[in-house]
Design a protein around this ligand. Structure first.
Ligand SMILES: NC(=O)c1ccc[n+]([C@@H]2O[C@H](COP(=O)([O-])OP(=O)(O)OC[C@H]3O[C@@H](n4cnc5c(N)ncnc54)[C@H](O)[C@@H]3O)[C@@H](O)[C@H]2O)c1
Ligand SMILES: [Zn+2]
Length: 361
C-alpha cells in the first residue's frame, strides 16, 4: 500500500492507494472513526459490486451500518437524492459523531460529501472512489455538490474527507470507456505539472491500459500528488487551481454541444488537443510533441477530433463557460511541457484555428 498526505487549508488528510480493500479497517481506526454509526452511500452499480466487500472489511468497526443507494447516473445528482440521503441518515439516527462513506465514482463522492458537509452542520466522511476519474480527480480537492436546474455542480460546498482509500482493482469492473475518460485527466496532469510523470505515461502505456497493478499505482499516486499539490496551494480556487482547467475551456464547449454523445473525459481529450494546437503554433511544443499527444490519446481510445460542428459553434459556445467572465475567454496554456499558466489574451483567430484543428474533415 502506498499512502501520502494531502495538505489543505482546513487540515491534512491521508490518501491510501492499494490494490485491495486490505488496510481499510485500519485506516478508519487511524482516523479515529470507530464505534460509531456509519452510512454507506453508493449507487446501484457499486452496491452490486462492492457493498458486501466494504461491509465485510469494516462492518465490525462500527456500532451500526446503514446504506443509502440511488440509481446510477448523473441524472440523479440532485437535491432529491440528497433529501433521500438525509432521510436515511435521520431514520438511522446518525448523529454528529457518525460517518458517511462514499462508495463509488464522482457522482457518489460529490453527493455523499455534500450530504456529510450539511447534515447536522457537518459530519465526517470518507471517500472510497471506484472510477479512475474519481480516484485521480474528484476525490481530491474537497469540492462537493449537486447539479441544479440543468446547471452542473451549482449547489455545493468545499468539504474535505477524513481520508481517501482507493482500491485500484475496482477499475477491473469499470467499462473501459470510463477508464479512458479518467485517463484524459491523468494525461492533463502530466502536461500541466510534471513532465517526468507524462513521460512515465508514454513509457508504461501498455501496462496502464492493461490495468497492471504496479503501473496503475504509479498513475493514482502521480495524479493525486499532482492534483493535491495544486489544490493545497489554492484550496478555494483563487488562482493556481485554474491550471487544472487545461483542455477544459475547449472541452466544455464540445461537451455543451455534443455532451449527449461524449463523456466529460472524452471532451477533455479533444480540448487538450485544441490547447496543444495553440502551443504548437506558438512554437512552445514541436510537431513531434503534438503528434505524440495525439498518439497517446488514440492509444487510450480517446477522441482527438469531433464531427458535426464548425469552429464558430465551438468559439460561440466558449462564451457560455462559467469560467468565462466579462466576455473574456481564459485559456490554460503551456509555458513548456509540465508547466502551465492562464492566459486571457488569446486572440479570437488563434482560438478559432485551434477549434478548427479538432474538427473532423
Ligand atoms: N469534485 C470534483 O472536484 C470533481 C472533479 C471532476 C468531476 N467531478 C464529478 O464527478 C462526476 C463524474 O464522475 P464519474 O465519472 O466517476 O461518474 P459516475 O460516478 O457516474 O461513475 C460512472 C459509472 O461507472 C459506474 N461505476 C462506478 N464504479 C464502478 C466500478 N468500479 N465498476 C463498474 N462500474 C462502476 C457508476 O455506477 C456509473 O454508472 C460528475 O458528476 C462530475 O461533476 C467532480
Ligand atoms: Zn475534468
Amino acid at each position: 500500500m502506498k499512502n501520502f498526505y494531502v495538505k489543505a487549508e482546513s487540515g491534512e488528510y491521508p490518501i491510501y492507494i492499494n490494490d485491495s480493500f486490505k488496510g481499510l479497517s485500519e485506516a478508519f481506526e487511524k482516523a479515529g472513526l470507530f464505534g460509531r454509526k456509519a452510512c454507506i452511500i453508493c449507487d446501484t452499480n457499486t452496491k452490486k459490486l462492492y457493498l458486501d466487500d466494504i461491509i465485510n472489511a469494516v462492518g465490525d468497526n462500527f456500532l451500526s451500518v446503514c446504506t443509502a443507494c440511488f440509481e446510477a447516473g448523473e441524472e440523479r445528482k440532485n437535491l432529491d437524492t440528497i433529501y433521500y440521503f438525509y432521510k436515511v441518515m435521520k431514520e438511522n439516527r446518525l448523529d454528529r459523531k457518525s460517518v458517511v462513506i462514499a462508495l463509488g465514482g464522482g457522482v457518489v463522492g460529490d453527493m455523499a460529501g455534500f450530504a456529510a458537509a450539511t447534515y447536522m452542520r457537518g459530519i465526517s466522511y470518507v471517500q472510497i472512489p471506484t472510477t479512475l476519474l474519481s480516484q485521480v480527480d474528484s476525490s481530491v480537492g474537497g469540492k462537493t455538490g449537486v447539479d441544479f436546474l440543468g446547471n452542473k455542480n451549482l449547489i455545493g460546498a468545499f468539504y474535505q474527507p477524513s481520508f481517501v482509500f482507493m482500491n485500484s482493482s475496482t477499475l477491473k469492473t469499470l467499462p473501459y470507456r470510463e477508464v479512458a475518460a479518467g485517463m484524459a485527466e491523468v494525461i492533463k496532469h502530466g502536461y500541466i505539472i510534471d513532465r517526468d510523470y507524462l513521460n512515465m505515461l508514454f513509457e508504461r502505456k501498455n501496462e496502464i491500459k492493461a490495468l497492471e497493478s504496479d503501473a496503475i499505482r504509479e498513475v493514482l499516486y502521480g495524479s493525486c500528488k499532482a492534483k493535491s499539490y495544486v489544490v493545497s496551494q489554492d484550496e478555494k480556487e483563487t488562482g493556481l487551481r485554474e491550471i487544472l482547467n487545461f483542455g477544459h475551456t475547449f472541452g466544455h464547449a464540445v461537451e455543451g454541444l455534443l455532451g449527449f454523445k461524449l463523456l466529460h473525459g472524452e471532451c477533455v481529450a479533444v480540448g487538450i488537443m485544441a490547447a496543444l494546437h495553440i502551443s504548437l503554433e506558438r512554437g512552445v511544443i514541436s510537431e513531434r510533441d503534438y503528434a505524440a499527444a495525439r498518439e497517446l490519446m488514440t492509444f487510450f481510445e480517446l477522441p482527438t477530433k469531433v464531427g458535426g460542428l464548425d469552429c464558430e459553434d465551438i468559439y460561440r459556445q466558449m462564451f457560455m463557460d462559467k469560467k468565462t467572465k466579462n466576455n473574456i475567454i481564459t485559456l490554460v496554456l503551456l509555458k513548456e511541457i509540465g508547466r502551465a499558466y492562464r492566459d486571457d489574451s488569446v486572440g479570437s483567430d488563434e482560438i478559432k484555428r485551434a477549434a478548427r484543428a479538432i474538427l473532423e474533415e
